[in-house]
Design a binder for this molecule. Structure first.
Ligand code: NAP
Length: 252
């Protein structure tokens, strides 16, 4: 049985919605302290109301794409407020369905900012020895099955997620001597506002229409959160630099 102490503090980005929200609630339920980051203040407040241990759920409203170069200093400021971190679940992200004909640099940059540049620079802040606990520290990044597969119109999104997987592997090697672990998870279709609002509206696809691709249907946020929390915990202390596909039995 996985459990944490309130002395173990985890940054969770994207905590206001979907997968990140589920990770924040589960970590909190299992005893950890959570520094929950998101842009939407109302949804963050809702997260705290839902938390099993609200006294260990700390809310930080932050647009991670606003000053990406400043993110290492931002992590330091969080350390000064809350203490050294036991890790991070980087769950913030956006999608973007852009066929090449409509693509321009501004659109590419918007998706890379939050899906690739921000997690790398948050990590730069977190791996600073002054900001983490050293051995036992673990980071998990939500990449996507689109890092491995090809979907029409998803060239940029796929690029951000494949880039993240590759970079996290390399960084895992850099930080192993500090006792820090890092891994990626690569989900396929999960029922969150991202898919239900954006993907379904743009493509007209429903869960039923995709039963031939996803034998177990679309996933719930908890299906991904369980894996992330395992990888953050000491139960995974032998695992680093890996990419875990969570794909409803699509079997690539
Ligand atoms: N859902 C899926 O099927 C699926 C599949 C594979 C991978 N993923 C990946 O899983 C991650 C989470 O997606 P989700 O499905 O949970 O989506 P979601 O429900 O739309 O949540 C996205 C989260 O990212 C945050 N966010 C977006 N832009 C941000 C910014 N500039 N600064 C700070 N926070 C920002 C949002 O914050 P606010 O709400 O506060 O704006 C929200 O908390 C993403 O990286 C996505 O690519 C999702």
């Amino acid at each position: 049985m996985i459990s944490f102490s309130s002395e173990q503090k985890f940054i969770v980005t994207g905590a206001s919605s979907g997968i990140g929200r589920e990770v924040a609630l589960l970590l909190n339920e299992l005893g950890a302290s959570v520094i929950a980051l998101g842009r939407n203040g109302a949804r963050l407040n809702g997260l705290k109301q839902k938390a099993k241990h609200p006294e260990n759920m700390f809310l930080e409203q932050k647009d991670l794409a606003e000053d990406i170069d400043g993110l290492p200093v931002y992590v330091k400021s969080l350390k000064e407020k809350y203490g050294k971190f036991s890790g991070m679940a980087y769950c913030a992200g956006i999608t973007g369905i852009y066929p090449l004909q409509v693509l321009d640099f501004e659109k590419i940059k918007r998706v890379f900012d939050i899906n690739y540049f921000a997690p790398i620079l948050m990590t730069k802040g977190l791996i600073d020895r002054r900001n983490n606990i050293g051995t036992g520290c673990s980071c998990v990044y939500v990449s996507s099955i689109d890092a491995k597969t090809c979907t029409r119109g998803q060239s940029v999104y796929s690029g951000t997620k494949a880039g993240l997987c590759a970079s996290v592997k390399a960084i895992a090697k850099e930080v192993s001597s500090q006792g820090i672990r890092m891994n990626c998870v690569l989900p396929s279709m999960i029922k969150t506002p991202m898919t239900l609002d954006e993907f379904s509206q743009l493509t007209g696809m429903t869960e039923d229409m995709q039963k031939n691709i996803y034998p177990f249907g679309w996933g719930e946020p908890k299906d991904v959160a369980d894996m992330i929390v395992f990888l953050l915990s000491d139960a995974a202390k032998f695992i680093s630099g890996q990419n875990y596909i969570i794909d409803s039995g699509e079997v690539l």
